[in-house]
Design a binder for this molecule. Structure first.
Ligand SMILES: Cc1cc2nc3c(=O)[nH]c(=O)nc-3n(C[C@H](O)[C@H](O)[C@H](O)COP(=O)(O)OP(=O)(O)OC[C@H]3O[C@@H](n4cnc5c(N)ncnc54)[C@H](O)[C@@H]3O)c2cc1C
Length: 470
């Protein structure tokens, strides 16, 4: 499609974009302003890397397709792999503990790399491509030719004429802080409108050493709920340390110390997990991160857009991080980019914006519903039906506590497998209603505990995982 493509930003999105474009352009140059470590490590420009990052099962599959061999190499490097081992997952959503301690009917494999490890693995692979280079430099601005209405390259921070680099296509993968909207405005295109959800999330994370045999689970998620606006995620990473992230939602303050994180765990987790955390040895310092709002820049709604440039990754949409979808949604944007480039259509930016709108909308909308209905978030123009759907969804989650099929359905959709739409079909809805009606009637006649116990017993006897249990 051309001689040279430039990617601004060498983080996850930039690396994925470079991988795709290496199949369509003779040369791809990534410009990254941050000094990149030569081993998996945190870096200044990606402060979120110090906090728990869940890699969704769908994201793992997409990254593997982009970089074959990635998953095996991660496992060889010590990244935990949960191959249909649901006893390795403690999964709570909006205050409901889902019945995942069973053999799932369909294969479910998850990988648990830390954010720095995943980025390092992907960077090694992207830079091993013969036509991809990474240059440590900051891009000051885009080179825009007004009479052609086209971006023709970038101007590097050094500022002298020699620092102008031309390209057929420039990808903006500079993350949430992108300056593209301001440049578009300056060139006369106006800014994209923005959809935002004020989630008011505040992260606090501590790394912890917990003896290897103290916990069977490798992934512990206890999402925030109406009753508990502070949630918790604990993941076991490749270096054998746990990352324990606690987060306040709806502007509720997060823990300030490791002891505070343990208090949250006491409230949200069963004693074998909270006890193991409390007995663990905290390592290093606490890390904090504020995430005030999810933001979707609606490039798809712009009437006019210059040629030669595309926004990508978090620069387009950044999702509520507590749902763990950002990296996976970036991998889906990479799939969209490949389809657009394969189509050979000239309007690359327009085609990509429309494709990304289609894949973003269902996930964005369901998140917004959960945020507004269950997590005290606010969103401009949130339609009235958000609350109705949120309440109905809570009914579904409550049924999924004791119905293995519903729990599996949720786990797969939450992992962005099967479909990006979190909408139960008629059969699944019917099952939910029947289940909750059974519970309601039993409650009415004083037999609720027996009903739940019998459901749990059926469910465990039928599906008990043959691996050694806790
Ligand atoms: C607290 C938190 C927790 C998260 N948890 C999860 C999770 O559990 N699961 C998940 O999938 N996702 C999670 N995410 C989202 C995930 O981190 C991002 O989706 C992912 O990093 C992709 O981001 P990106 O590459 O678009 O941008 P970034 O990672 O922000 O990278 C942007 C890059 O551009 C570079 N750059 C910027 N400006 C310039 C310039 N002018 N010149 C050169 N380089 C430049 C920066 O140095 C940086 O390297 C979380 C996010 C946050 C904030």
């Amino acid at each position: 499609m051309g001689d040279h493509a430039i990617v601004i930003g060498g983080s996850l999105a930039g690396l994925c974009a470079a991988r795709v474009m290496s199949d369509f352009y003779d040369r791809v140059t990534i410009y990254e302003r941050d000094a990149l470590p030569d081993r998996p490590d945190n870096r200044t420009a990606v402060p979120q890397g110090r906090h728990v990052h869940l890699l969704m099962a769908r994201g793992a599959a997409e990254f593997e397709e982009l970089f074959p061999g990635l998953l095996d190499d991660m496992v060889a490097a010590g990244v935990p792999k949960l191959a249909n081992r649901p006893d390795c997952i403690h999964f709570g959503a909006a205050g409901h503990l889902l019945g995942t301690n069973t053999t799932l009917k369909r294969e479910f494999t998850a990988y648990v790399p830390s954010r720095p490890h995943l980025e390092w693995q992907i960077r090694e692979r992207a830079l091993a491509l013969p036509n991809v280079d990474l240059v440590h430099a900051s891009v000051a601005e885009l080179r825009y030719v007004a009479h052609e209405q086209r971006v023709t390259g970038v101007l590097l921070e050094a500022g002298d004429p020699a620092s102008v680099v031309t390209a057929d296509l420039v990808v903006d993968a500079t993350g949430r802080g992108t300056r593209l909207p301001a440049w578009l405005d300056q060139w006369g295109f106006g800014r994209p409108t923005e959809d935002t959800v004020d989630v008011g999330i505040d992260y606090a994370t501590h790394r912890v050493r917990i003896p290897a045999d103290a916990i069977v689970e490798k992934v512990v998620v206890a999402g925030a709920s109406r009753e508990h606006p502070v949630g918790l995620g604990m993941l076991l990473y490749e270096d054998g340390l746990w990352s324990a992230t606690s987060f306040g939602t709806g502007k509720v303050a997060p823990p300030k110390s490791f002891a505070d994180i343990c208090d949250v765990a006491d409230d949200l987790l069963p004693p074998h997990l909270s006890g193991a955390l409390r007995a663990g040895e905290p390592v290093g310092d606490m890390a904090f991160h504020k995430y005030p709002a999810s933001r979707w820049r609606r490039y798809d709604k712009m009437d006019r857009f210059p040629a030669g440039v595309i926004p990508f990754g978090d620069a387009v949409v950044s999702f509520n991080p507590t749902y763990g979808q950002g990296m996976t949604m970036t991998s889906i944007q990479a799939r969209n980019l490949r389809s657009v480039l394969e189509s050979g259509k000239a309007d690359i930016a327009g085609e990509l914006s429309r494709a990304t709108k289609k894949t973003t909308w269902p996930v964005w909308t369901m998140n917004a519903i959960g945020d507004v209905a269950l997590h005290n978030a606010t969103a401009d123009d949130a339609p009235w039906w958000y609350l109705v759907v949120g309440n109905l969804f809570e009914q579904f989650l409550s049924a999924a506590e004791t119905d293995a099929d519903l729990a599996e359905w949720f786990l797969r959709r939450f992992s962005l497998l099967d479909s990006l739409y979190m909408v139960p079909d008629a059969k699944t809805l019917g099952r939910t209603v029947r289940h909750n009606m059974g519970l309601l009637l039993s409650e009415k006649y004083g037999r609720a505990k027996t009903y739940v116990r019998s459901k749990r017993a059926n469910y465990s006897a039928r599906d008990r995982d043959p691996v050694p249990s806790r």
